[in-house]
Design a protein around this ligand. Structure first.
Ligand code: FAD
Length: 473
């Protein structure tokens, strides 16, 4: 498969078949990504307004063997949305396709175009008295097509599942330019291969998602948020069990935060209100969403009492107002920004079986200290999903550049350990370009062969997001 650059002759011919201003010279913002690890390049950015224009562009690219990189909000953390080298591709931004096409509150379904910003989908659900529970710190920028393409997770997976669990149907353009009209609102549809679930998590390598039918939920009548100090990660797992025994599926989020994260927040974002006078070694942020006739604040107070009695926690803050809830969440949501300001040497979005987390965390600390004792680790994340962000930083007073030479080794040490613990080297961010070699190293060979066969069958010229996700193509 050899791709060609999108040259001026191709772009002129394509432009003539599209409404004015559909193809543009890409501005810098399309060629950057949040961590600054990759600088992209592209001959043009395409800004289609509807699925027919997307299909027209993909058909032309397929015929001419030209790469196409789908682009949502550009918040992906594994370089899937930027192509640093190779024949100049077209970037396909969904930003003009952002309509909420319909909502069906009685069915708990909303239909959104791929370019709808996640926060706008949440707001549209609220308007019809429902909850769209996918929630992550980049929700003001990330778009629903990108969320589905990466099978995004976030803070509510514990209760509501990840993006894949929240999708009933898709409309998409396949790599040959054919439109798949799969916007089903059905919850039961056992009719052959599951193309929807193949496209979700494919990171744009099997086609471009143009719209989605999404599942909604009732809005919890009584929400409650608290932050408790916690003795250690084993105690956090015990606390999660206590919480579930008390309120069942009412636990919507359960986030582990380490002292290092609070210190980074205090150093880089000093205006953020910290809940404790001195930074505890560990704490957990808990969100409950209970039904009518239940009281989340009371349930959190009971949980705190039980945690004290069991020796799991010795301090806590239960939000007494919406402003306090938002302030506690703001702390959690700003951890990635604080990390960005400090500058990690290597970031790891990993999962291990939940009961092995208390063993995994110190094993990682020890392995990194053996390599270089001054390095710092900020370990935080979605404990209830077994998903940790285990990010390694330079020591105080040192910079990322001082340790650039150790990046590969740091990553290999952590990922080898994850593999040893029966975990995954990409829990929620995907493979993109950053983790193709990891997938090759740790992936099951039979699965990898099946992935290559599927990619070759659906995208025989390899135009969709070339170089991303699939090793050895
Ligand atoms: P982009 O970055 O534009 O693209 C991501 C990938 O999807 C690329 O491979 C791209 O080619 C492909 N793509 C985009 N749109 C389409 C489409 N319509 N059809 C097919 N392919 C497409 N992720 C989590 O899972 N959980 C978190 O908690 C989380 N927190 C984050 C916090 C911060 C501060 C930041 C910056 C990122 C975070 N992320 C998180 C990562 C990121 O927000 C998600 O991966 C998000 O789903 C990407 O959406 P996007 O629209 O920005 O996609």
């Amino acid at each position: 498969m050899s791709l060609k650059p999108a040259d001026p002759a191709f772009l002129d011919a394509l432009s003539a078949r599209l409404p004015a201003d559909t193809l543009r010279t890409p501005e810098t913002r399309y060629l950057e990504e949040p961590r600054g690890r990759y600088k992209g390049q592209a001959a043009a950015v395409a800004l289609p307004r509807n699925v027919d224009e997307v299909a027209e562009i993909i058909r032309a690219a397929h015929a001419a063997h030209i790469g196409v990189i789908p682009y949502g909000g550009g918040t992906g953390l594994v370089g899937g949305q930027v192509m640093p080298d190779g024949p100049a591709p077209i970037l396909m931004s969904t930003e003009r396709m952002r309509q909420i096409r319909a909502s069906y509150p009685a069915e708990n379904v909303i239909i959104a175009e791929a370019g709808a910003v996640l926060a706008d989908v949440q707001a549209a659900a609220t308007e019809v008295g429902r909850l769209f529970p996918l929630s992550l710190a980049a929700e003001g920028t990330a778009r629903i097509g990108g969320n589905l393409a990466t099978n995004a997770g976030g803070v509510n997976v514990l209760r509501y599942g990840n993006a894949r669990d929240l999708c009933l149907g898709l409309e998409a353009v396949l790599p040959t330019g054919e439109i798949w009209h799969g916007l089903s609102r059905l919850r039961k549809d056992n009719t052959g291969y599951d193309l929807r679930n193949l496209l979700i998590g494919a990171e744009g390598t099997l086609g471009i998602i143009t719209a989605a039918a999404l599942k909604l939920s009732p809005i919890p009548a009584s929400p409650g948020t608290a932050i408790f100090t916690i003795r250690d990660p084993a105690a956090a797992i015990e606390l999660l069990s206590l919480a579930r025994d008390a309120v069942g599926e009412g636990v919507s989020a359960f986030e582990l935060i380490h002292r290092q994260g609070l210190e980074f927040l205090a150093e880089t974002l000093p205006d953020l209100r910290q809940p404790f006078e001195t930074h505890p070694e560990w704490c957990v942020l808990i969100e409950l969403g209970l039904g009518k006739g239940q009281d989340a604040e009371e349930a959190l107070a009971d949980l705190f009492g039980a945690a004290m009695e069991a020796g799991l926690s010795d301090d806590g803050v239960i939000a007494q107002s919406e402003a306090q809830r938002l302030s506690l969440w703001s702390l959690r949501e700003h951890i990635p920004e604080a990390n960005r300001r400090i500058g990690s040497i290597s970031s790891h979005d990993i999962s291990v079986p939940i009961s092995r987390i208390p063993e995994f965390i110190p094993a990682g600390w020890a392995a990194i200290a053996d390599l270089e004792p001054s390095l710092r680790i900020n370990c935080f994340g979605h404990l209830g999903d077994g998903n940790l962000h285990y990010n390694v930083f330079p020591g105080a007073g040192e910079t990322r550049a001082d340790f650039e030479h150790l990046r590969g080794e740091v990553k290999r040490i952590i990922h080898d350990l994850v593999f040893e613990f029966g975990g995954s080297v990409s829990a929620e961010h995907g493979i993109g370009r950053l983790k193709v070699s990891d997938l090759d190293r740790y992936g099951d060979p039979t699965k990898l062969a099946a992935m290559r066969a599927i990619k070759n069958a659906l995208d025989p010229h390899g135009i969709m997001n070339p170089g991303a996700v699939v090793p050895g193509l």
